[in-house]
Design a protein around this ligand. Structure first.
Ligand SMILES: [Zn+2]
Ligand SMILES: [Zn+2]
Length: 291
């Protein structure tokens, strides 16, 4: 494959997703399987491409790593998805009905305008939550496991502590009457960009794409191993233009990633991380008080 074509992988995937959802038959739009099947297929393809055109040899993945990542993909698509629907989206829909909130004009807007609005709405929320996680010790304790990753790969966007995964899955979209296909297209596009911005691929999208959308250069820099302070930029997982607007954008790229002692955390370590951090803080606090 020519480098020029490799560099177009992310923009081409986004374009294909938009084309698909703009023309998808109602049976596919209504099926709960369509989006997860496309998401898994995209990740599998990118993961295979990582074998052929890796960005960094140190990020080459092992079977143990792939097994962990697959666990998280399934965990997100089942448990986290269920929690977000039950604890956030359903109550929001109920509140919308109770309060009589209606935005019927939205579904009449052109398809691409709706997709852009959904992506911007979701991304501004995610940017705020993610930035908050880098600004508060309490929230950092749930986000830190994602930053303990010592390699980046196609599925790594799904890896993290369950509390964090739940928090970043929240959005206000349930309050609006967007067309279902436009909502699914938006989630497809955001998912694909998150896959490419974590992927170990020697693919650098063109400048116009990287101005608006997050790439592996931006996101690897966010994952750098230098210091906690050095991770506090490039928060947007889809729309890097939000970082440009809010002054948190930094140019560059990192090959060495991972906070802490750059020790790989097991799934149990990742799940227990915040509880251990909180008990350590309490113990340290008691130590200071008594000593
Ligand atoms: Zn982060
Ligand atoms: Zn990440």
């Amino acid at each position: 494959m020519k480098q020029g074509m490799i560099d177009l992988l992310a923009p081409a995937t986004v374009a294909l997703a938009l084309l698909f959802w703009a023309n998808a038959p109602p049976a596919l739009v209504d099926s709960a399987w369509t989006l997860p099947v496309i998401g898994v297929a995209t990740m599998a393809l990118v993961q295979l491409l990582e074998l052929v055109i890796p960005r960094h040899d140190e990020w080459r993945t092992s079977w143990r790593e792939v097994a962990t990542d697959v666990f998280y993909v399934v965990f997100n698509m089942t448990a986290v998805g269920w929690a977000a629907t039950t604890l956030a989206d359903d109550p929001l829909t109920a509140a919308k009905t109770a309060l009589g909130i209606a935005t019927p004009g939205l579904a009449a807007l052109p398809f691409l305008v709706q997709v852009a609005l959904v992506v911007v709405l979701v991304e501004i929320g995610q940017y705020a939550i993610h930035r908050g996680m880098h600004n508060s010790a309490l929230l950092w304790s749930v986000h830190a496991p994602h930053h303990h990753l010592t390699q980046l790969n196609a599925m790594k966007g799904y890896v993290g502590n369950p509390i964090e995964l739940f928090l970043i899955s929240l959005s206000v979209i349930a309050l609006f009457d967007f067309d279902t296909a436009a909502i699914l297209a938006s989630f497809n596009v955001m998912g694909a960009i998150a896959v490419f911005s974590h992927a170990n691929l020697r693919s650098n999208p063109p400048g116009w794409f990287a101005f608006f959308f997050t790439t592996i250069r931006h996101h690897s820099l966010h994952h750098n191993a230098l210091s906690y302070e050095d991770t506090r930029s490039n928060y947007a997982t889809t729309l890097i233009v939000i970082d440009r607007l809010f002054g948190t954008y930094r140019d560059g790229e990192a090959a060495v990633v991972g906070q802490g002692e750059r020790r790989r955390l097991s799934i149990i370590d990742q799940f227990a991380f915040p509880f251990r951090a909180w008990s350590d803080r309490m113990r340290a606090g008691r130590g200071t008080a008594s000593g």
